[in-house]
Design a protein around this ligand. Structure first.
Ligand code: NAP
Length: 261
């Protein structure tokens, strides 16, 4: 099997693997087993959050996988309700993950408007202290991102937002691209009808599954993917996207599933 090893460089110089393993809603055992399976299959990027309550399981799985910590990109996220004690929350994340640093720390979703900049400063200060290699946001609008950048001169490396064929919004992608911000798309499988005839037709022609078609379509738009599964065969299939080459026509047909236009 060939593995996807493509990465995108973040401003700090860290390479972010384009395929991450999502862990939302994976309880203790499923998170541990899922991360072990993902690392075994070749994933080198794991997405967790304080909210998911599985950082300890993710950390143990990384440790016991035998893969070097330096070779795994770990993201965790700060809940807005923890913003006032951000550093303490990060220290707890690091303890649970059993690591000295995370590769990416995100504000999980926007705080109240007047807390946005102070919270961003907390992330920047953690980065300066070497506790996190990159900092970013999730579920932010371009205007909210601009507020952070204008106040501090430092812009988020990443915005993690919900993305799927039905939500495809080229103008919004462009807003991120113009600023040099990497888009990570979440819930791309969950928010897609995998029985849609456009997807099943393309999948059939390429000998792939509709889920693989959706994931590969994200990559064609330079969107980092974070598929989550508790089934090893899905975890493997979601990573095995190398051989699936979508044509321009395929991509355009999937783009038309968008409801944002
Ligand atoms: N920042 C945020 O606010 C935010 C919000 C939501 C999610 N996220 C992140 O993004 C990740 C992904 O999003 P998500 O967990 O909402 O949903 P998702 O990955 O889009 O979809 C997960 C669902 O798809 C199924 N699935 C996975 N692979 C499949 C395949 N090859 N064929 C058919 N079905 C498949 C899974 O079932 P099986 O287990 O049966 O395979 C599961 O029911 C999360 O885990 C989390 O890390 C972030």
């Amino acid at each position: 099997m060939r593995y996807m090893t493509r990465t995108v460089d973040l401003p700090g110089g860290t390479a972010l693997p384009l395929i991450g393993f999502g862990t939302w809603q994976l309880g203790s055992r499923a998170a541990y087993e899922g991360v072990r399976a993902a690392l075994d299959i070749g994933y080198r990027h794991i997405d967790t959050a304080t909210l998911y309550r599985n950082e300890a399981d993710v950390g143990r799985a990384v440790k016991e996988s035998g893969v070097d910590r330096e070779d795994v990109f770990i993201t965790t996220k700060l809940r807005p309700q923890d913003a006032r004690h951000a550093r303490r929350t990060l220290e707890s994340s690091l303890r649970l993950l059993d690591t000295g640093y995370v590769d990416l720390w995100l504000i999980h979703w926007p705080t109240a408007q007047d807390e946005l900049v102070p919270t961003w400063r907390e992330l920047l200060s953690a980065q300066e202290a070497g506790l996190v290699r990159n900092v970013g946001v999730s579920n932010f609008s371009p205007a909210q991102i601009d507020l952070l950048t204008e106040a501090t001169g430092r812009q988020p490396a990443v915005n993690q937002i919900s993305w799927s064929p039905a939500q495809h919004d080229p103008a919004l992608l462009d807003e991120h691209r113009r600023r040099g911000i990497v888009v990570e798309g979440y819930s791309g499988l969950k928010n897609t009808d995998l029985r849609d005839p456009v997807l099943t037709g393309i999948a059939r022609r390429h000998g792939a599954t509709p889920a693989q078609v959706v994931l590969r379509w994200h990559l064609e738009h330079d969107i980092v993917i974070l598929p989550r599964s508790s089934r090893r065969e899905h975890i493997a299939a979601n990573f095995d996207l190398e051989a699936l080459t979508l044509t321009k026509e395929d991509i355009a047909a999937i783009d038309t599933l968008s409801r944002t236009r």
